[in-house]
Design a protein around this ligand. Structure first.
Ligand code: PFF
Length: 438
């Protein structure tokens, strides 16, 4: 039997998993969702959900992957029997669906990057609208989507060590450095304080009962941590038995949340500092930052152009380390289930994902709906994982964590949360989200 490939080092795994978590969801989604009325309450709910619900589920996903050594499609069966087969298919289809619209957004990001680099930034509202039109409509969308999927496929085809780990090792430190530098720079802008107030400190307690705020917080927590669709199952299946999973989970979620907050500390000061950026903040679900940021930054001349190039370059790299993790789910599943070669699995999955992404490329309404619907699938996946590991395969959980020397008390705490807290809280999130969406 062929040996399963393994990460070169513990850090390779942590950086790759953090790379999956940190993506467009942090650089753009976090700030956008916080600005939809929830403000500080959104942020508080988000942190609570991550701590109480997502952390135990994250550890469970990793345990599921590591203890079975299987792809997301087959790991649930290996852990708890063939009745769990549908869960594996939910993972595979959800990750294909997410990558389908994610690649379109990546295309916009790449386009904005190249546009800012070669043609400069739009200075007026008219130019801004023209700018966003050129980025998000017509053939440039398909080109961007193809370009993004092509890069994603070329990394995944090179395998775990040679592709995914190699990319994460240099890109993640660069990304952290860039977002910190940009946040420090943004702190010097005249609208910095107003920006922080808008983002972090706008407290309105009535938001606790706002269904939309609750839905956005749940969706963002799962989306941002890449949770509930088997990505961490796939990545942990290449992990050795000694890595301390609970510690890794805390590290990954701290890095992810920090980048989300830092990114908000870049975008909000920019938006509050330049009036033209606020005017450009449109109604559209997705286009906001793609127009408002470059337009606002244009008032700074060459420096603004440099910041825009850095920000969108950073966003694209962050997105790439996420898109490769999404592609790894169907790819590893096809290899595992049908014995395909990696090349064949990558080509087949990428073409399939390109095709189902076409409607999202043609209409941002479809894109928005796809994103909201798939958030529900992530919650459903998280719910199933909590039930599977908490109730049906809890011995696997104990044995795996005991094997990596995690403390008995820590294990007991995690299992308690997994059994009694995560399922009802996620079910609540799912129901609220459904009611709000309908
Ligand atoms: N976590 C990534 C982000 O925040 O952009 C993208 C992502 C990966 C979302 C995997 C969802 C997912 F299941």
């Amino acid at each position: 039997m062929e040996m399963r490939e393994q990460w070169r080092s513990r850090w390779g795994f942590v950086l790759a998993a953090a790379g999956s978590a940190v993506g467009l969801g942090n650089l753009w989604g976090f700030a956008y969702k916080a600005s939809q009325g929830g403000g500080a309450v959104f942020l508080l709910l988000y942190v609570l959900i991550v701590l109480l619900v997502c952390l135990p589920v994250l550890v469970s996903e990793m345990v599921l992957g590591r203890s079975t050594g299987k792809s997301p499609l087959l790991a649930p069966i290996a852990a708890a029997g063939s009745a769990w087969q549908p869960m594996g298919w939910v993972f595979v289809f959800a990750s294909c669906g997410i990558l389908a619209f994610y690649a379109v957004l990546m295309g916009w990001t790449a386009d904005t990057f190249f546009h800012s680099l070669f043609f400069g930034l739009p200075g007026t509202l008219d130019e801004a609208n023209e700018f966003v039109g050129s980025v998000s409509t017509g053939s440039s969308v398909f080109l961007g989507q193809l370009f993004s999927l092509f890069l994603t496929a070329s990394v995944v085809v090179a395998g775990i060590r040679g592709g995914i780990e190699r990319l994460a090792r240099w890109s993640m430190p660069l990304l952290f450095a860039l977002v910190i530098i940009l946040a420090i720079w943004a702190a010097t802008l005249p609208g910095a304080i107003a920006g922080y107030q808008e983002f972090l400190f706008k407290v309105d307690f009535s938001q606790f009962s706002n269904l939309k705020t609750i839905r956005l917080a749940f969706g963002q927590a799962f989306f941002s941590l890449s949770l509930g669709i088997g990505i961490m199952v796939a990545y942990a299946s290449y992990l050795d038995k000694r890595s301390p999973l609970p510690k890794e989970a805390v590290l990954i979620s701290s890095l992810d949340t920090s980048v989300g907050i830092l990114a908000g500390m870049v975008t909000f000061p920019i938006l509050m500092s330049f009036p033209v950026a606020k005017d450009a903040l449109g109604e559209s679900f997705v286009k906001t930052l793609f127009v408002a940021l470059p337009t606002g930054l244009s008032s700074l001349g060459l420096l603004g152009q440099l910041v825009a190039v850095l920000f969108f370059g950073l966003a694209f790299i962050a997105a790439l380390t996420s898109s490769i993790s999404l592609l790894e789910v169907p790819v590893s599943s096809l290899i595992d289930r049908f014995g395909w070669t990696r090349d064949k699995a990558v080509i087949f999955s990428s073409v399939f994902i390109f095709l189902i992404g076409i409607p999202a490329a043609l209409s941002d309404k479809v894109l928005g709906n796809m994103a909201s619907f798939l958030d529900l699938l992530l919650l459903l996946g998280g719910f199933l994982i909590a039930i599977l590991i908490g109730w049906f395969a809890s011995r696997v959980f104990d044995e795996d964590l005991a094997g990596c020397n995690s403390s008995f008390r820590g294990r007991r705490y995690l299992k308690f949360m997994l059994r009694w807290v995560s399922p009802p809280v996620i079910a609540f999130g799912l129901i609220v989200s459904l009611i709000d969406l309908l």
